[in-house]
Design a protein around this ligand. Structure first.
Ligand SMILES: NC(=O)c1ccc[n+]([C@@H]2O[C@H](COP(=O)([O-])OP(=O)(O)OC[C@H]3O[C@@H](n4cnc5c(N)ncnc54)[C@H](OP(=O)(O)O)[C@@H]3O)[C@@H](O)[C@H]2O)c1
Length: 263
């Protein structure tokens, strides 16, 4: 993939991985549009990154996603890369019945339904744009997680969503094989962002954290080399272990369960 001259839409670009992607893509000479729910965070991102376009859109709300499409089609008709990055992660104690039904499954709306709706909504425009310019590739990137391969049991719903997104991405890539749309998956390892803000040192014991700059650097390198599945750092170890030593790695990731029950 060429890393300059693209028009890129990143869901959830006001902080963490999405923000760093926006920063690095802008530096490389791309048009970058980010989305997020919080208007203040969108304004702050715009103030920090010159040229950034920031639009309010909740990826977990179908009406918002549907409204975003005509706006992008009118104002940025040459969109050629969609990055489904928006996501949330929570600790959930399944033995405590202190959550509403909607609360219990909210990660499904944002982490799974969001990307599926975004792909469905933007596929016609992306397909049209495969014929736009000869040297510009069209791509969809889904941001899953190393936890798509083996669950961290204190975040059961999150891990289920990332495994679902991983399988959806594999299927999408095969379904689009007869098109000129490339389908990438970025499965990050634990990365220093706000996502893990509510997790304690005990929760993250034994996990080495990647900096967001290194993670996005590895992502851009993978994109440039058409590496369709990217699992940087510890994420590749999780994938390997889940295949060859599944019980051992699940036990390792289950060590903080007792601390959760005690809290
Ligand atoms: N950090 C890690 O260790 C790690 C590891 C593996 C995978 N990931 C994945 O990487 C992606 C980015 O995470 P991050 O670590 O960068 O998290 P982050 O720093 O918390 O950033 C998440 C971004 O998504 C936005 N967002 C959340 N819900 C949204 C929604 N419904 N609609 C639109 N935007 C939404 C947030 O803005 P608003 O709140 O204003 O909407 C924010 O801009 C996620 O999919 C996450 O699962 C992260």
């Amino acid at each position: 993939m060429k890393l300059s001259g693209n028009t890129i839409l990143i869901t959830g670009g006001t902080s963490g991985i999405g923000f760093e992607m926006a920063k690095q893509f802008l530096k490389l000479g791309n048009k970058v549009i980010i989305t997020g729910r919080n208007e203040q965070k969108l304004q702050s991102a715009k103030a920090q990154l010159s040229g950034l376009i920031a639009l309010q859109c909740d990826a977990g709300n179908y009406d918002d996603v549907a409204k975003l499409q005509p706006k992008i089609q009118n104002d940025y008709p040459d969109l050629n890369i969609l990055i489904n990055n928006a996501g949330i992660m929570r600790k959930v104690n399944l033995q405590k019945h202190n959550h509403s039904a909607a609360e219990l499954t909210c990660e499904l709306d944002i982490n799974v339904k969001g990307p599926i709706w975004m792909v469905d909504t933007f596929l016609p425009l992306l397909t049209k744009n495969t014929k736009l310019k000869k040297n510009i590739d069209v791509a969809i990137v889904n941001v899953s997680s190393g936890l798509a391969f083996v669950p961290l049991p204190i975040s059961p719903v999150y891990c289920a969503t990332k495994a679902a997104l991983h399988f959806y991405t594999l299927a999408l890539r095969e379904q689009l094989r007869n098109t000129d749309i490339k389908v990438f998956e970025l499965a990050p390892p634990a990365t220093k962002t706000e996502l893990l803000g509510t997790f304690s040192n005990e929760d993250m014991k034994g996990t080495s954290m990647m900096s967001v700059e290194d993670l996005v650097g590895a992502f851009l390198n993978g994109l440039a080399n058409n590496k369709y599945e990217m699992a940087p750092g510890q994420a590749s170890q999780l994938k390997f272990m889940s295949r060859f030593f599944p019980n051992f790695i699940l036990k390792q990731l289950s060590k903080n369960i007792d601390a959760m029950h005690a809290s």
